[in-house]
Write a protein that binds this ligand. Structure first.
Ligand code: NAI
Length: 644
């Protein structure tokens, strides 16, 4: 797959639009075709209006060109044509026949089917076409789910397939799992059987739906949507149709009978209670409350998820059965256990796949770790959201000293879903509630000194960031010689939302990066965290010299490469301080905080020491404000920001 290739996506629905957006994110030109130009244009509009956004930045929509699938001439010059029309074998077969005479001699053709046989789909096509044809099963929404199941047929050229996979993984944020051409491939086969087995078991053991969700979500290293919330999201009618297809096409499946719908599920579907889209399913929202289904009456009642004792046998029943099932069918669906685990982790957000789970590998320790990688030292932030506190700052200082003593680069990374969500707010708010200014001053000073030490280290420093890189996490990154960011990065300084201002050198670095006090002020006061790494570059959080990787899994490799580049000059005064008037939109306590922020930016000299001094002085003032304390306490206790 060439860099900046041309793709044609046929079918501008949910998946076609999502895939087109994702290839536009990779810098490709994408022709998005549907039955009429109007339908294709509507598909493009849905992409532009999607929330959460499918594009890294709105401008990338310019790379998507709508067109009509009656006219396939654009396919001749395409590197890749992706079929994403309705899941009907005859329709897909008819389209492939038309494509056969339309594509160029080198064009790859793939189908986004979620479970139809690729061999059957292409059986009427000639050998030259079948060599270049296979399945590419994306997950919805493609930007946010990195799995692509690639499904070759016996006719697919394996050299070409491997070249395609390498290209896709290098140029997009996706990872590939190769699956065999069997019904539901790896992902749908395991997911639907495990889901329905869990539902049957819950009914047999009479376990309330919300208790099942409390037991099968984060408690098992899986998303909060767990079992029934996920089912409502997908749609009970869709689940029924997938289960029926799987039941019919898998006569020898060891858990085949579990694919039959349990009676309560059939009755919900018959009632039109098909999940979230219908307003009711296993759960129903009534006003502000979400009620749960009662198995006996099929009516809704208040939830009682804390009562997990009610479901004590559930996990002990479903997990061993699932592990046994996976073991039994593994060879039929894939060539490797690792691929099966990866499919469940990358496609469904599980922390561990069935093989890793059944082996019960120990969890990694929660202390920061220093390791070596290709001659560089790598410092991995660890712990809950990798938040900063005094021991972590001390460990960072020690890492800088070690890297300097060895004369090698130092790379910072974060374990888990983010780089770092910021400073430990529980610790901070406790000191604020005690009015302990001395403790607050000591923490903030240590934080500032740590990040300053990173900035002025004599060795190259690189922040390899992903996910939340907020507050102190952002400050550490801004003090590194270079930032290497994964595409999905939320970078910014949201401290004002919790009643304070950045105090680890963040205001100072924002002033240097943004070049004017007003721009730095707006970025911090209006909480302009990035929604992607591209957005961070557009907003000015990332410099030209910072790097955005295409595939998050290449972060460390690219960070190591960046550590070899000359360090860009980062110090220097802002172009001008300027004078600005506080926007009238900032009212109430927002205005009090904004005044402090404006004073740090404009209230005196702009050398590093003076700026840091002012950050701490303003922080001390805000730390004693009851409204600031209320903001921080509310966020910690409820997870929601308080506007006061
Ligand atoms: P959809 O119903 O949202 O979109 C299908 C689009 O194809 C429609 O815009 C329709 O007008 C167009 N279309 C139908 N026949 C056509 C033809 N002959 N030529 C050109 N356009 C045509 O469907 P969705 O959900 O996007 O699914 C598309 C494919 O992706 C299906 O094979 C589905 O099984 C698969 N899939 C769907 C997932 C999902 O979550 N929705 C996930 C993974 C795969």
């Amino acid at each position: 797959m060439q860099d900046q290739a041309i793709a044609v996506v046929i079918g501008a629905g949910t998946m076609g639009g999502g895939i087109a957006a994702d290839l536009a994110n990779a810098g490709w030109t994408v022709h998005l075709l549907d039955q009429t130009v109007a339908l294709a244009e509507a598909g493009k509009r849905r992409v532009e209006q999607s929330s959460p956004p499918l594009l890294y930045v709105p401008e990338l929509a310019g790379r998507i060109v709508p067109g009509c699938a009656e006219e396939l001439s654009v396919c001749a010059a395409a590197d890749w044509v992706i079929e994403a029309i309705a899941e009907k074998l005859v329709l897909k077969q008819a389209l492939l026949s038309r494509l056969e005479s339309a594509v160029g001699p080198e064009t790859l053709i793939t189908s986004n089917t979620s479970g139809l046989s690729l061999t059957e789909m292409s059986k009427h096509c000639g050998m030259a076409f079948r060599l270049r044809f296979f399945g590419t099963h994306f997950f919805n929404p493609p930007r946010y789910l990195k799995l692509v199941e690639v499904v070759p047929t016996p006719a697919t050229s394996s050299d070409m397939l491997h070249e395609f996979i390498a290209g896709l993984e290098a140029q997009t944020n996706h990872r590939v799992v190769v699956a065999k051409d069997t019904p539901g491939f790896i992902s749908t086969r395991l997911w639907i059987t495990h889901l329905l087995d869990t539902i049957h078991t819950a009914i047999e053991q009479n376990i309330p739906v919300e208790v099942v969700d409390a037991l099968t979500g984060p408690a098992l290293g899986r998303p909060r949507s767990a079992t029934f919330r996920m089912a409502d999201l997908v749609g009970l009618d869709i689940i029924a149709s997938i289960a029926k297809n799987q039941y019919e096409s898998l006569p020898d499946d060891p858990l085949r009978e579990r694919l039959r719908l349990p009676e309560p599920l059939e009755r919900l579907i018959a009632d039109g209670r098909t999940g979230q889209k219908a307003g009711a399913g296993f759960y129903k929202r009534v006003g502000r409350e979400i009620l749960a289904l009662d198995w006996q009456t099929l009516t809704y009642r208040s939830r009682q998820e804390e009562n997990t004792a009610l479901g004590k046998e559930l996990v002990g029943t479903i997990l061993p059965r699932f592990f046994g099932y996976v073991e039994a069918i593994a060879g039929e669906i894939s060539d490797s256990e690792e691929a099966i685990d990866n499919a469940m982790c990358w496609g469904f957000g599980w922390q561990k796949g069935p093989f890793a789970m059944s082996r019960r590998a120990p969890d990694p320790p929660a202390t920061p770790a220093l390791s070596e990688y290709e001659g560089a030292l790598v410092f991995e932030l660890r712990g809950k959201l990798n938040v900063f506190d005094p021991p972590l700052c001390a460990a960072v200082l020690e890492a800088v000293s070690q890297a300097e003593a060895r004369g090698c680069p130092l790379i910072f990374t974060g374990q888990g879903s983010c780089f770092s969500a910021g400073y430990n707010l529980a610790r901070l708010v406790a000191a604020m509630e005690r009015g302990d200014l001395e403790a607050i001053e000591a923490d903030m000073k240590q934080c500032q000194e740590t990040f300053l030490r990173v900035k002025h280290a004599t060795i190259p420093t690189v922040a390899a960031i992903h996910g939340y890189t907020l507050g102190a996490g952002c400050e550490l990154a801004l003090h590194c010689g270079r930032i290497v960011a994964s595409p999905e990065t939320a970078l910014g300084l949201p401290e004002c939302a919790v009643g304070v201002i950045p105090c680890g050198g963040g205001v100072k670095e924002a002033l240097f990066r943004f070049g004017s006090a007003q721009a730095a002020f707006e970025a911090i006061a209006f909480n302009q965290n990035s929604t992607s790494a591209h957005d961070a570059k557009k907003r000015g959080w990332l410099r030209e010299s910072d790097v955005i990787v295409r595939n998050a899994d290449q972060l460390l490799v690219e960070a190591r490469g960046a550590a070899r580049l000359p360090v860009p000059k980062l110090t220097g005064s802002p172009a001008h301080i300027g004078v600005f008037v506080l926007p009238a939109s900032l009212a109430g306590h927002d205005r009090v905080i904004a005044q402090q922020l404006a004073w740090v930016l404009t209230g005196g000299p702009t050398d590093e020491a003076a700026l840091l001094e002012r950050e701490r002085a303003a922080f001390r003032v805000l730390a004693l404000e009851p409204l600031s304390i209320a903001r921080m306490r509310t966020l910690l206790d409820t997870g929601k920001p308080l506007k006061n």
